[in-house]
Design a protein around this ligand. Structure first.
Ligand SMILES: Nc1nc2c(ncn2[C@@H]2O[C@H](COP(=O)(O)OP(=O)(O)OP(=O)(O)O)[C@@H](O)[C@H]2O)c(=O)[nH]1
Length: 253
């Protein structure tokens, strides 16, 4: 697939970058994945705190407080496995974010065809985490097949381009799609506003993104795959900040 070609799609060692912003970016991603990791054991435990009802306000969103440590049942030394899916309109930067994450690189990439898949093993605290990353094509013509790829996901990044209001609305529609596919609390969702380096062309304020994320109880951050920028680490979220995994990763960075 196109993205597999673009990114090679193979396991890579955790890069030992000393770049603070990159670390924050990776920290957020690692934490997100760690929050919803599952062991490679044959019988998997319920993911992300299990199936939950909507709360009193009718919110649908991740219940993160329950998923702050590796799932029980993983054999010592065995990596946890987590499936993460990237969703969003075409050209919002999904592949670029993945490329930044996997290879600490940014370059012009071709539009994804269908879906691309690759893996990466990272260390989070004392545990290893094998990330199965599914980068879906954002072009409308691939919309009908995307739901095939996010089935079984533990986490989803809903990516929009801060310079394209439409892409922000589209990200909200993707959330509705996820709601049809998953039970409340079954998947951790992060809303990601990308391309902050194009601030002068901004059409979606950080406040708008934050407010929507909060209204749906999603994680939220803004990024720039190009500038390697992630100013608002979701890991500073109060709930997450007290989680053992978060503390472990904070020590590590
Ligand atoms: N300025 C800027 N450009 C970016 C950024 N991230 C991605 N781009 C550019 O945006 C365009 C689309 O990036 P992709 O990563 O292919 O976007 P995508 O969401 O994967 O697109 P599809 O594969 O069509 O779904 C490319 O020209 C990238 O170079 C960013 O943070 N800042």
């Amino acid at each position: 697939m196109a993205f597999a070609l673009k990114l090679s799609g193979r396991d890579e060692a955790w890069p030992g970058s000393g770049h603070l912003q990159l670390r924050r970016f990776l920290f957020s991603f690692s934490l997100l994945w760690a929050k919803c990791s599952r062991p490679t054991a044959a019988v998997q435990p319920t993911l992300c705190g299990g199936r939950r009802e909507r709360d009193r306000a009718g919110h649908w969103g991740p219940v993160m407080a329950q998923v702050d440590s590796p799932r029980p049942g993983a054999a010592p030394g065995q990596p946890l496995v987590s499936k993460l899916v990237l969703l969003g309109s075409g050209s919002v930067g999904k592949s670029s974010l993945a490329l930044r994450f996997v290879k600490q690189d940014f370059k012009n990439v071709l539009p994804t065809v269908g879906c691309a898949f690759f893996t990466k093993v990272v260390d989070v605290g004392a545990s290893s985490l094998k990330l199965e990353i599914w980068d879906t094509a954002g072009q409308e013509k691939y919309h009908s097949v995307c739901h095939l790829y996010f089935r079984g996901a533990n986490a989803a990044l809903l990516v929009y381009d801060i310079t394209q209001k439409d892409s922000f609305h589209r990200a909200q529609q993707w959330l509705s799609e996820l709601e049809k596919e998953f039970s409340p609390g079954e998947v951790v969702v992060m809303l990601v506003g990308n391309k902050t380096d194009l601030g002068e062309e901004r059409e979606v304020t950080a406040q708008e993104g934050k407010e929507f994320a909060e209204s749906k109880r999603l994680l939220f951050m803004e990024t720039s795959a190009k500038a390697d920028y992630q100013p608002r680490s979701s890991c500073r979220d109060k709930k997450l900040g007290t989680a053992p995994t978060c503390r472990g990763v904070e020590q590590w960075i």
